[in-house]
Write a protein that binds this ligand. Sequence first.
Ligand SMILES: [Zn+2]
Length: 577
Amino acid sequence: MRIASLTIAIIALAGCGRDVETPPAHPIADMVIQNGNIVTVEDAAPRAEAVAITGDRITAVGSRAEILPYIGDNTEVIDLGGMTAIPGFIEGHGHYTSFGGSLLILDFRYAKSFAEIVAMVEAAVAETEPGEWIIGRGWHQDKWEVKEDVLVEGLPLHDSLSAVTPDNPAMLIHTSGHGVFVNQKAMTLVELGDDTEPPEGGEIVRDENGRATGMMRESAQDVFRQAFSGHQGRRPAGVAEEEMRRMVTLAGEESLRHGITSFQDLGTSFAEVDLIRKMADEGKLPVRLWMAFEEQAADMEDRLADYRMIGYGNHFLTVRAIGEKVLDGALGTHGGWLLEPYADLPRSSGLNVVPIEEIEASARLAIEHDYQLAIQGIGDRAYRELLDIYAAEFAKYPEKTDLRWRIEHAQVIHPDDIDRTVALGVIPAVQGIFACSDGPWVVDRLGPERTKERGYIFNTLAEAGLVPTNGTDPPVDEIDPIGSFYCSVTRILPDGTRFQPQETYSRERAIYSYTMGNAIAAFEEDIKGSLTPGKLADITVLSQDLLTVPDDEIMNTEIVMTIVGGKVRYRNGEIIQ
Ligand SMILES: [Zn+2]
């Protein structure tokens, strides 16, 4: 029998000669990206020229000649013309819906005068129903190049603003968050008049005639914020859902514009996940999400098991973490919890914000339900407390070994805690950009010695064997992987000096941190983080090679194209549905 069938096979081959139709050893690709400088983030073959994609997966990576046979009649071929393709950027720490929300409201950060702000409000009024609030943020009077004629304590009067907003209350939030500027309609709404006393800890700024100018400082803004959130809360459920959907879409599209294909969201709620899961079912999530619950431990107990999902909706939604409760505050406001007092505020070592017991309760839940834990620890005391809490919980379950619990921000770390972090398998989830946005004042807070030893020691952590990570914490900082990459590899501050220059990442490590490193921090290295056959086809195309361009040209790098799951979702300035 064996001889017979072998004979038939030989005859068949001979009969067909060279025209024999043997099936290809590989599938014809849906898409081939070629003629590029492909940075794979794969040790074995770090560079390639072409990538073949079938469905939402990478099927082959190699030279142009190697990938050529994957091109069939229906293959979409993208010619990169020598541009650089990398694995899609993964934002390692952000706040997805509040980022989306920040895109819904007016952005005054770049306004050069109060008149410009009023003009932006006037344009928004044209698209807003009467009675709805107009909200904006980010203004700062010191950025205004043109000043108003009448100023009270450096601030304008509300009249020009009120003139364009007769039917809409308006609240314009100062960039510091410590005050708001409101219009007449808002003041009428909360019944604030010429004789209204300011609340304790607040200030209603008035002109020489005792008339409120519109500026409300500190607690004087509370009544307006409450009126706004009360109004929002009274809207029908459908309106609120529609708004949340817009936030999800806006945040995703802004991510795509910046080459981000996955976004790790620190701090969501059960209600938010319900809606986002619905959008995943509808195929309406623009980028892939990894989400961490920020709920009270008591409220999570009975629900965590039902909500754990990994790779839901074609790998667009993963919920497997609890975060980001904040163990401490920020360094800028002397809130970061330090082992020793602040150099510039010796009476204080910072603040413990969320009680240790609440973090411990979350830790218990996380380990019981197989969730990661990702708690904010900015100062070295907070960092150490978290290691203690994590270690105590791990010790109860010696059989659980690969847990990848994270400490978010990890800006100040005592050298004694580095080896412990490695031993526990804990991941410090750091943001490269913060070294440059905080760099100008960190030395004041910590003093030079402590800064050198413990401040933003991101490369020291990586050298010790910890997973390098990256991100910009949007909307706290701009969503901007290029900016964070630039800071990660240069540590150049706005004034041209360098902050902790010995802590720069190599170019390769910086790319790795934003791709593979962040993927590992979410248990996703088997599907993301490198351009490898079998992984999701999430790819970002850059105008130039981040591994080789000179330092001072890095910031000119443009995001040319963003591909998610084999679909081009952003190209040359346009979002593609
Ligand atoms: Zn954050």
